[in-house]
Ligand binder design. Structure first.
Ligand code: 8YV
Length: 326
């Protein structure tokens, strides 16, 4: 009997390709670049499964053009590249890759908070440019981290990981806002207090964004929200581009309406708003919050195991729309 055919849309670990090849006919992207949408659709013909990353948009038009497709397995916890309603309507399963990246991503969120508050890249550029000629009492004086108020917008697993680091490691007062309030036991573990969004913005010394990108969270932080923040506050976005209005943020940073920002994600990435590239008080990283080899390997394996579990036994590990299994 011939093996089911699947497509792996981006270059991934060879070991994961080999694991998939034991059970599937695998066509995989061997170049380190995305295919165009037209090429993706052409290559999806005859495929029952696709291994995606956040870069491939799966929507009604693509599904209509690829009628054999049964599962899209995302190597990401976020799945805003999936039109899940369209997938459910077409009877196509979506899976994501949660949990395995939580602690690594929380580590990075905290690192970005520290680098932003303590002006690490700005001061390094100064040093590399040969501008360090003397000690000064206020040379790159930044914002205090320990004992300050950590404000978290979006309190899922990664938000909780950042809260724990702040509360238990740095003695921070932790406030959070989320669509729903955490169970009392989780709030106690994170030492986190639920507040409204306005109070969160007003009280934050360091505001960290860890919420999913949806129509409701588009530009959740724009000029009006930044205006509510303290001029000494910092903002960190490890969630998704589009949650922050990057043009408004660049202007606020230039005018020092907040002290600094740390951004791992951008509207329209990998393009970055040109104004962000010229303001000094921002730390910029290329969407690497989950990027350690063990974590990326675990994410790739989870996406692969979702393809194997569903296509061989109808038992995916982390389904997003389990109703299609019924
Ligand atoms: C991924 C991420 O690297 O998991 C997510 O949602 O944003 C990152 O960990 C990225 O989406 C590539 O799939």
């Amino acid at each position: 009997m011939s093996k089911p055919a699947i497509l792996v849309a981006r270059a991934i670990f060879p070991q994961v390709i080999e694991k998939l090849q034991q059970h599937f006919e695998v066509e995989h992207n061997q170049a380190d670049a995305s295919w165009s949408r037209e090429e993706l659709i052409a290559r999806l013909q005859g495929k029952v499964g696709v291994f995606t990353t956040g870069s491939e948009r799966i929507d009604a038009a693509l599904l209509a053009a690829c009628p054999q497709l049964k599962i899209c397995a995302n190597m990401a916890v976020g799945f805003n590249n999936f039109d899940l309603a369209a997938m459910t309507a077409a009877g196509v399963l979506g899976t994501n890759a949660p949990d395995v990246l939580t602690e690594t991503t929380a580590d990075f969120g905290f690192a970005l908070l520290m680098a932003t508050a303590r002006r690490m890249t700005e001061s390094e550029h100064f040093l590399r440019a040969g501008q360090w000629t003397k000690w000064s009492y206020d040379l790159f004086a930044g914002a205090e981290v320990h004992g300050s108020t950590l404000a978290i917008l979006g309190m899922g697993r990664i938000g909780q990981g950042i809260a724990r680091r702040g509360a238990h490691g740095f003695g921070m007062k932790v406030l959070y806002h989320n669509r729903s309030r955490l169970a009392p036991q989780l709030e106690a573990e994170c030492k986190a207090r639920y507040v409204g969004k306005d109070e969160l913005l007003r009280e934050a010394d360091h505001l960290v964004l860890v919420l999913p990108y949806t129509a409701e969270s588009h530009h959740a932080i724009g000029a009006a929200e930044i205006a509510q923040m303290k001029p000494t506050a910092t903002l960190v976005n490890i969630a998704r581009g589009g949650i922050v209005d990057d043009a408004a943020l660049a202007q606020a940073l230039r005018e020092r309406r907040i002290a600094a920002a740390g951004l791992d994600v951008f509207e329209g990435e990998p393009k970055v708003h040109p104004d962000l590239l010229t303001v000094p008080n921002v730390v910029l990283t290329p969407h690497i919050a989950s990027a350690t080899i063990p974590t990326r390997m675990a994410m790739a394996n989870l996406a692969a195991d979702n393809l194997l579990g569903f296509l061989l036994q109808r038992k995916p590990l982390t389904p997003l729309n389990p109703e299609v299994l019924a």
